[in-house]
Ligand binder design. Sequence first.
Ligand SMILES: [Mg+2]
Length: 281
Amino acid sequence: MLLLVDLDGVVYRQSEAVPGVPAVLAARAAAGDDVVYVTNNATAYHTDYLPRLAGHGAPVGPDRVVTSALASAAWLREEMPGVRRVLAVGAPGLERELREAGFDVVSVGHAATRMHQEGIDGWAAAGHPDAVVVGLDPQMSYLRVAAAADCVRAGAVLVATNRDPIYPVENGYRPGAGAVVAAVATAARTEPRVVIGKPGPYLLQAGARLVGGDLRTAVMIGDSMTDIAAGRAVGARTILTLTGVTTRAMADALPEAERPTRVVADAAGLEAALRELAARG
Ligand SMILES: [Mg+2]
């Protein structure tokens, strides 16, 4: 059985493991399940997660983490075969995913600097890219948005890694990739050609392709309704864990059409739900 597993709020919260969950996943992997982690986070390179997951005792392998950055690079390669040069609007992890997928990558910071120093537009400063991929950009600035918007207006394909409006930090929230996407799309007077991350299907499809898994018998495990919507979008079964952003009251209030296959409170509930779903095939 293919298990597509969200990270934050499911396997760990900030730096702490969710009690018992890594062990449940390790037992399922030992029994033959394929465990693939799927995260909207587009700032880190996918293997950067491995030490942390291994440290918590979760089952890992080099090809077991799919980020929306990795899946964006895969989507571009498969769906946009003419794309060679890509403007990366985001953190170094996004640039690295795109470069390792074979693209000629220019960073938005470089393009913004050239715009400023040479007095040229963003499209020229970026070397006429075929696509613009946008993630969470911790260095976001007015000129960076200008450079990216110039490229999209000139015809580059706009790819959003995800549209999460915010992401949680130690003592509150910070703007997510969706805030950066909104700035670029608004200034370019358009919408992204595609949004790769959850709640859409592409991230999970990339995860299933990685291990040759079957999405119809897969189980998406997540702590937010975004995860559940993504699972539903690919026809997978879904388990909502109440170990992250969703409370029991929120889960109880869901309309019929949005309900996950199972709702579990903790690792023991997850273990039981997985055993039951595996028995159904
Ligand atoms: Mg989560």
